[in-house]
Design a protein around this ligand. Sequence first.
Ligand code: NAD
Ligand code: MG
Length: 388
Amino acid sequence: MKKNIAILGSTGSIGTQALEVISSNPDLFEVEILTAQSNADLLIAQAVKYKPNTVVIGDESLYDKVNLALDPLDIKVYCGPKALASVVENENIHIVLTALVGYAGLIPTVNAIKAGKHIALANKETLVVAGEIITKLAIENKVDILPVDSEHSAIFQCLVGEYVNPIEKIILTASGGPFRGKTKDFLQTVKKEQALKHPNWDMGAKITIDSATLMNKGLEVIEAKWLFDVKPEQIDVVVHPQSIVHSLVQFEDGSIKAQLGLPDMKLPIQYALGFPKRIKSDFPRFDFINYPNLTFEKPDLDTFKNLSFAYEALRKGGNMACIINAANEIAVDAFLKDKISFLEISDLIAHCMVKSSFIKSPSLEDYIASDSETRAVALQKISTGFLT
Ligand code: NAD
Ligand code: MG
C-alpha cells in the first residue's frame, strides 16, 4: 500500500529533497498535502506537479494568488497558521513530514500526533521546546516519531534490532561549521555571508547559522535526549569535520555502532519515510579510498557557548530549553538582519535564560506563553543594546 505524505515546509531544503525522494518512488509514496510560508511560486509549481489534495500558504496575503493558480486543478487551498495546524488531521494522511523551521512546527506536530499520524521529524525545534509533551503524546497515540535529522537517523539506524540492549552512550558528531578552530577575536567581526557558508551541507538559513554557532548541536543534544530517552551525561559531542560518520551508539559491553555515508539528507529523509524498509537508491556511494583521513576532535565550548547552554537546559529541565529556543530564533533573525553581531547571539540567549520566567513543570499552554515572553524579552534587549 502507498504511504500518503503531508509535507509541512515543502519549499525548503528538506521539503524539496523529500519531494525528490517521492518522485523517485512513485509506487511507494503519494503527496497528500504541501505547505509553505511565503514562496507561493514554488508551492504552486509543486502542487501542479504532485497534485496534492490540499495546500496551505502561511502568508495570508498570498492566498488569492495560490487559490487562483490551483483552482482549475481541484486542489483545496487554505492559508494561515490555523489552517496549517488542522490540515494535518486529514484522514488520508499516513505520515506528516515536519520540514518547516522553528517553533511554528509545535502545534501542527501536536495535532498530527493526536490524530494518530506518524511523524517524520525534521523540525527539531518542536522536540527542543516541548520534548516531554511530544514524546508522551506519541506513546499515548501509538505513533512513531521517525528522525530525519542525519545524526538522529544514524542513531536510530544503529538501534534497530537492539531493543533488549540499553544504550550506554550516544556520540553525536558535529561538523564544527564554518568557524571551527576560530578564536573569539576572529568571531567578533564575522558577517552573515561568512556564517552562511557551511562546509558540508546546503541547508536553510536558520539551521546554517545554528551550525556556525554550534546551537544546532545543542538543539540536537536536546532532541537526542527526547528521542532516545537518555540522560544528558549519556550524550557526547565530537567534532568530525568530514561529516561522514553521522553519529554513534555505545552499548553496555563497550561496543560502538556507527552509521556512515556521504553528507546527503535524501538518505535520512528516505529512511524515515520508508521505515522499516530500506529503499533501493541511486544516491552516490561513499568510498573509503577517497577519505583516507576521518578525524575527530573536542568541541570548543569556551568559544561556542550555545552548546553548553543546551546541556544547562537539560540539567535545569522545565521550560529552559523552550527559552533557549525562542531566544535563539530571535537572535538568529536579528543577526541575519545585521541588528546584532555573531557573538551577541550567545549573549542574547544567556540574557533570556536569566530574565525569562522559569517554570518547573510546564503545560503546553505554559510553553506557548514562555515562547512569547522570551521573544519579547529578547526583542527588548536588542532594542536597548548589549552595553546596558
Ligand atoms: P528552510 O528554511 O530551507 O525551509 C523551511 C520551510 O518551512 C519552507 O518551506 C518555509 O516556507 C516553511 N516555513 C518557514 N517559516 C514558517 C512558518 N512560520 N510557518 C510555517 N512554515 C514555515 O529550512 P530547512 O533547512 O529545510 O529546515 C527545516 C527543518 O529541518 C528545521 O527545523 C531544521 O532544523 C531541520 N533540519 C534541516 C536539515 C537540512 O539539511 N536542511 C538537516 C537537519 C534538520
Ligand atoms: Mg543534524
